[in-house]
Design a protein around this ligand. Structure first.
Ligand code: FNR
Length: 350
């Protein structure tokens, strides 16, 4: 199954390998540059079905660090468009972008908050910092929430114009959208806090606004944290309920990660440790899912697909180590069609 195609709207991926979004902390003013061009271009040559550009800020405060990519202006979109063009003209891979907002986890460097003069005042659904030593984030007004939803919509419009095939909304890892989902970081008393329906409202409104900018040639994914490993926190049952809603709001795939919202939460890490969350969401909500987290081998990925635990395999660190992961796997299986045609000569050994 790993080397069989799959379709989301009109977007057909040639295989199930996905380069997971990974911040590279290598931008100035949110602009992608030569590093990103080669970094993403080489993964496309490496044969993945889809590569997803790192968490990209929908406004300046949406970045995690000063060096994150952004898509809040046309200049940034123009740089990203060069990467999209390369991927489309030189490979059969599709390319997506993860749209994100860091919320209370912004204004950092190397996971530590930086002073407001060097960074910015952070924002969140409620005035609760990620760690007690950090500044109290500004509590968003309902007016400001509307502006943020508009920021996501504008970012999606730019991404579509740049030619991306997939938009992924980052609702995981304790960033702004996740902060709204969790009762531990969202203690609002208006219609964006309290009940489950209220806590997921921000995400659903983003999904609807983004979908207005999409057409059948651009698919919509959402990354969630299946659980945050904390008592009374967001859990897998919430994720299943949310996934059903997302499906009703025309989300094509739920990419199931975990953690990130609760400082010091204990995460049991082992090969494929987040796959059970993907399996549960897939089977109970009847949605397509992506599995991610310590999936590094062909055989392991194949088994996850065969068992019906996921539809796509997201790979992060292993594809930094080996950009040719997907091509190599297809070589082992003698699936020549996944080679860039220039590399077919590698099959001639004498
Ligand atoms: C990440 N991860 C990540 N996740 C995400 O949703 N958006 C992002 O921008 C990033 N950035 C990022 C940078 C770096 C350097 C790493 C290593 C990871 C998480 C990543 O996508 C993935 O979910 C985890 O790394 C687990 O998968 P692996 O590495 O075990 O395959």
């Amino acid at each position: 199954m790993l080397y069989t195609p799959i379709k989301f709207r009109n977007v057909e991926l040639k295989n199930r390998w996905v380069m997971s979004p990974m911040c590279m902390y290598s931008s100035e003013n949110g602009l992608a540059n030569d590093f990103h061009y080669v970094h993403y271009g080489s993964r496309a040559q490496g044969g993945v079905g889809l590569l997803i550009v790192e968490a990209t800020g929908v406004e300046p405060r949406g970045r995690i660090t000063n060096y994150c990519t952004g898509i809040w202006n046309d200049e940034q979109a123009a740089e990203l468009k060069k990467i999209v063009k390369f991927v489309h003209e030189n490979s059969d891979s599709k390319i997506g972008i993860q749209l994100g907002h860091a919320g209370r986890k912004g204004s950092t460097w190397e996971s530590k908050q930086i002073p407001v003069e060097e960074g910015w005042e952070t924002i969140a659904p409620s005035p609760i910092p990620y760690h007690p030593s950090e500044r109290i984030p500004h509590e968003l007004s309902s007016e400001e929430i509307k502006e943020l939803i508009q920021n996501f919509k504008d970012a999606a419009k730019r991404a579509v114009e740049a030619g991306f095939d997939v938009i992924e909304i980052h609702a995981a890892h304790g960033y702004l959208v996740h902060q709204f989902l969790s009762p531990l970081s969202n203690t609002r008393t208006d219609n964006y806090g309290g009940s489950f329906a209220n806590r997921i409202r921000f995400l659903l409104e983003i999904v609807d606004a983004v979908n207005e900018e999409l057409n059948d040639d651009v698919a919509l994914f959402v990354r969630i944290s299946g659980t945050e490993y904390a008592e009374n926190g967001w859990n897998i049952e919430d994720s299943v309920k949310l996934a059903k809603e997302l499906k009703n709001h025309s989300v094509d795939l739920v990419d199931v990660s975990s953690g990130g919202n609760i400082h010091g939460a204990k995460i049991p890490v082992y090969d494929g440790y987040q796959v059970p969350f993907s399996a549960q969401v897939r089977n109970e909500a009847d949605v397509k899912t992506g599995a991610v987290g310590l999936i590094t081998k062909n055989q392991q990925a194949e088994e996850i697909l065969q068992k019906g635990e996921a539809d796509l395999i997201f790979v992060a660190r292993e594809i930094l180590r080996n950009p040719y992961l997907a091509v190599q796997g297809s070589f082992e299986k003698n699936e020549e069609c996944f080679f860039p045609h220039q590399y077919l000569r590698a099959k001639i050994s004498s």
